[in-house]
Design a protein around this ligand. Structure first.
Ligand code: FES
Length: 201
């Protein structure tokens, strides 16, 4: 028995109201989640960390080799006190490598969400895009070498050997009150596309 017309109308109303409420709750959850994953339009609003001034000076005078640049990464989990850890990135003077030609993946429409060349330098994350080990520069082979599974990259970050799915990942650089600052970005490993996982930590 479907019930009286009033009962049918009430049931239909309740069913529609439930659908609308679920949709609104889903939307309310989806917006912040999607928003946190999307690359910021302007990373100037993100968290910036100053690079070691003496090492940055070395980069300004460096020949065709990368310079390791130290900084303190401050991370804050909502429930835990702020943590400061020593970190580093790799800096390369752009006049020592032809980035636009060698790394089309960093430029153009499908390129990075922020300008990759700043102040005449490119900054690379020290994390290997294969499975997240730290690679090092080898002056002997003139390449970045990853000790974990043997991925190799040229000075401009082009992937030339080993299992890594893409070239080295860039980080934003800016000048602020006479200091060079970077924003730390974590990218997804083992995928050909450059997918941002987080902008700190
Ligand atoms: Fe670098 Fe595997 S993590 S090659």
């Amino acid at each position: 028995d479907p019930g009286t017309p009033e009962e049918v109308t009430r049931r239909t109303f309740m069913a529609n109201a439930t659908t609308v409420m679920s949709g609104l709750i889903g939307l309310g959850l989806a917006i912040p989640i999607l928003g946190s994953l999307a690359p910021p339009k302007n990373v100037a609003g993100g968290t910036w960390s100053p690079l070691d001034p003496a090492e940055f000076k070395q980069l300004q005078t460096a020949a065709a080799r990368p310079i390791k640049l130290s900084f303190t990464l401050k991370t804050k989990d909502s429930y835990l006190p702020e943590e400061a850890t020593a970190q580093y990135v790799w800096g390369i003077k752009t006049e020592t490598a032809n980035f636009e030609k060698a790394r089309p993946d960093l430029f153009g429409k499908s390129g990075s969400a922020f300008p990759v060349i700043n102040m005449g330098f490119v900054i690379f994350s020290p994390i290997c895009p294969h499975l997240g080990c730290r690679f090092d520069w080898s002056a002997v082979s003139n390449k970045f070498l990853c000790p974990c599974h043997g991925s190799q990259y040229t000075l401009d970050g082009t992937h030339v050997a080993g299992p890594a799915p893409r070239g080295l990942d860039p980080l934003p650089l800016r000048e602020q009150s006479g200091m060079a600052e970077i924003t730390w970005i974590r990218y997804a490993s083992s995928v050909p596309d450059r997918v941002v996982v987080s902008y700190q930590a």
